[in-house]
Ligand binder design. Structure first.
Ligand code: P6P
Length: 329
């Protein structure tokens, strides 16, 4: 019997992949490797805690609120601690922007990078065993190393990202990231404690038939969104899929084609999702995979942030679907 049929090859390990491709990264080679290694390490710890959440007392709300007044789940806070610790130890990060903290956290003013992170997005789904995710953006600081952090380091446009990614804690755990040279997906093998390349050079289908929208508040959607949804429904060949966990909905649309829309509503006129640590990262990945990301009018990556936790309407997914959705006014 052919040996390959006995021992099927597994993809290249994340560490090796980062090293093999660090030449593409425009800054000092070892820095990105260290940053991504720190994030991958923290994600392995979070993955372990997410997977046993039903067995130990870390489910449910903590009884506190985050900067936006959202109820913090115990795992939100735990994940924030894990990522903050890993990035502090790595020494490469000067400032950390997190959904879980009001202001940015000053980690090490000799660090050259700024990270914006949603440590555990969709955490209200933990108790019902639905997939959740981590979303991160990596920026290069603008101010000189060793000097105090400035607003120009923190409030950078999404187009300034040097890397971005997400971890999906789903039926399997995946880390998907880009450094501006395409998108690659890695699947975690818990028995080996390693991520292995499973989705090389991911491309988002140019068109699709899946729309991901919570139509509960549809009565207060902008007319353009209503018209687009009517267009899809009238066609009869579309499917509505909404997991209620951004990373899971985004990842499915990456693989199958689709559009995710979180528009402005009466309750959230600027939409619910955050520009700095949800939309920018997924927009960078979407564009690198051939998709589009818009606020309904403008390219997400061109938006100049004015506040850490600012929200934006979010249309992201297959190029032709986003273009069609934007064509309605
Ligand atoms: P709604 C989770 O709270 C989240 O930030 C995203 O993961 C998800 O897509 C969205 O909000 C769900 O919001 O209003 O549909 O429950």
């Amino acid at each position: 019997m052919e040996q390959s049929r006995i021992a099927h090859s597994i993809g290249i390990a994340l560490d090796r992949f980062i090293k093999n491709n660090q030449g593409q990264f425009q800054y000092a080679s070892g820095e990105l490797s260290q940053l991504l290694r720190d994030i991958a390490l923290a994600s392995k710890v979070v993955n372990r805690e997410v997977n046993k959440a039903g067995l130990i007392d870390i489910m449910g709300a903590l009884g506190s609120q985050n900067s936006a007044g959202d109820d913090q789940q115990k795992l939100d806070v735990l994940a924030n601690i894990r990522f903050t610790r890993a990035l502090t130890k790595g020494g490469e990060v000067c400032a950390l922007i997190s959904e879980e903290t009001e202001s940015y956290v000053d980690l090490n003013n000799k660090g050259k990078y700024v990270i914006a992170i949603d440590p555990l997005d969709g955490s209200s789904n933990i108790d019902v065993n639905v997939s959740i995710g981590t979303i991160f953006s990596i920026y290069r600081r603008k101010s000189p190393e060793g000097t105090p952090i400035r607003d120009e380091d923190i409030l950078q446009k999404g187009s300034e990202q040097v890397a971005a990614g997400y971890i999906l804690y789903g039926s399997s755990t995946m880390l998907v990231y880009t450094t501006g040279h395409g998108v690659n997906g890695f699947t975690y093998e818990p028995t080996l404690g390693e991520y292995f390349l499973s989705h090389p050079d991911q491309k988002m289908p140019e068109d699709g038939k899946i729309f991901s929208v919570n139509e509960g508040p549809a009565a207060s959607f902008p007319a353009s969104v209503e018209k687009y949804l009517q267009y899809c429904k009238k066609d009869g060949s579309y499917t509505a899929r909404y997991i209620g966990s951004l990373v899971a909905d985004f990842h499915r649309n990456m693989l199958k084609g689709g559009i995710y829309i979180y528009p402005g509503t009466a309750k959230n006129p600027q939409g619910k999702l955050r520009l700095m640590y949800e939309c920018n990262a997924l927009s960078f990945i979407a564009e690198q995979a051939g998709g589009l990301a818009s606020d309904g009018k403008n390219r997400i990556l061109d938006i100049q942030p004015k506040a850490l936790h600012q929200r934006t309407p979010f249309y992201v997914g297959s190029k032709k679907m986003v273009e069609k959705a934007k064509s309605f006014d």
